[in-house]
Ligand binder design. Structure first.
Ligand code: NAD
Length: 336
């Protein structure tokens, strides 16, 4: 498998994965409509890797255009990042989420089948586990969703499993990410949300920068180490490497697979904020607010299956994650 299609390749995780793929010797063809990113990212990617990433400003839902690209590049494997990702927004605009996230996947499946693409790797999420019945979460844990974003992930997982049953020659890897943070070590790529950040780390960074007045920590009365929510933060470069490992696995061993990509370590929100302040020597003013509806107390991965079958294991520490997030934030600035 040499030619890899990356949908959403200009985005946060897609851009880091594109770098890892190019550095591992793959040819990368990115398709993005830049609804949450900029084409400038590709100049950075080419500069960092010394290689040429081919890219198209195309909506993945546009089946004709996508088909032309996949046929022209003799694509072997598709890594599917394209989609909307804000939980709150998905509650407000469910149809927009179903239309974009589901239709882009249907379109990709059609095109992959038509062009004999061998594998699809899908960006799923720990959100598909719903409230944990036990911890750490392994891939056998029951699945549920409480919002349209999570429903999209669940539905898409099922769609891809069904496609694999009907078309076993199309291999599937469902990668369930935990909480991606951090940035490339050059600090030229990173997470640059448009407007007010939905995710914790960009909010911490923007508060440290003075763009946001204070961070609100939602709940300090959970049954956790310090009462704040616990999550499994994973460095985006580790996550990106997980995709390369999944591609290699599917070259050797076809099928339909599900893997958690997490570190296996839970870190509380307060621990993360304190580590951020200590490592970076900056202040992050915060207040404790009441719990948010739908938030869970604690969630972290059992990453053993990925370790055993993909030979992949997260390497970066929490200290690395807070340092790289902050350095990239300072270098890249805020996207308004
Ligand atoms: N970041 C996280 O915390 C997280 C956690 C779990 C899963 N995921 C999933 O990983 C994937 C990538 O997330 P990210 O953080 O890099 O998000 P992102 O918004 O930075 O990247 C998504 C990219 O897809 C593009 N896009 C969206 N719809 C498109 C369409 N129809 N056609 C072409 N391009 C389109 C956007 O312009 C953007 O560049 C998403 O599917 C997301 O749901 C993210």
């Amino acid at each position: 498998m040499k030619n890899i299609l990356v949908t959403g390749g200009a985005g946060y995780i897609g851009s880091h994965t594109t770098v890892e793929l190019l550095e591992s010797g793959y040819n990368v063809i990115c398709v993005d409509n830049f609804s949450n990113s900029s084409e400038k990212v590709f100049d950075v990617i080419n500069d960092l890797t010394g290689k040429q990433c081919t890219w198209y400003n195309v909506d993945v839902c546009n089946i004709e255009e996508l088909n032309k690209i996949v046929a022209a590049h003799d694509v072997n494997c598709a890594v599917h990042f394209a989609g909307y990702k804000a939980v709150g927004e998905s509650v407000e605009f469910p149809l927009m989420y179903y239309q974009n996230n589901i239709n882009s996947t249907l379109s990709l499946c059609e095109v992959c089948l038509k062009n004999n693409v061998r594998s699809i790797i899908f960006s799923s999420s720990a959100t598909v586990y719903g409230p944990p019945q036990y911890l750490p979460l392994d891939e056998k844990h029951s699945l549920s969703a409480t919002n349209p974003y999570g429903n999209c992930k669940l539905f898409i997982e099922q769609i891809l499993k069904d496609v694999n049953v009907a078309h076993p020659a199309l291999n599937i890897a469902l990668l369930r990410y935990f909480n991606p943070v951090g940035a490339h070590g050059s600090y030229r790529l990173g997470e640059r949300p448009k407007g007010i950040p939905n995710n914790l780390m960009p909010y911490i960074c923007q508060t440290a920068l003075g763009v946001r007045q204070e961070l609100r920590i939602f709940g300090n009365d959970y049954d956790t180490i310090d009462g704040t929510g616990v999550r499994d933060f994973i460095h985006v470069v580790d996550l990106a490497k997980g995709h390369v490992a999944a591609i290699k696995k599917m070259e050797a061993d076809p099928g339909c697979f599900v893997y958690n990509l997490g570190t296996g370590n839970g870190t509380s929100v307060l621990e993360l904020v304190n580590t951020f302040m200590e490592v970076n020597g900056v202040d992050v003013p915060y207040v404790i607010a009441s719990r948010r509806v739908g938030d869970i107390a604690a969630c972290w991965a059992n990453p053993e299956a990925a370790k055993e079958h993909l030979g992949w294991e997260a390497q970066y520490t929490i200290e690395d994650m807070v340092r790289d997030s902050w350095e990239a934030q300072k270098a890249l600035g805020v996207c308004t």
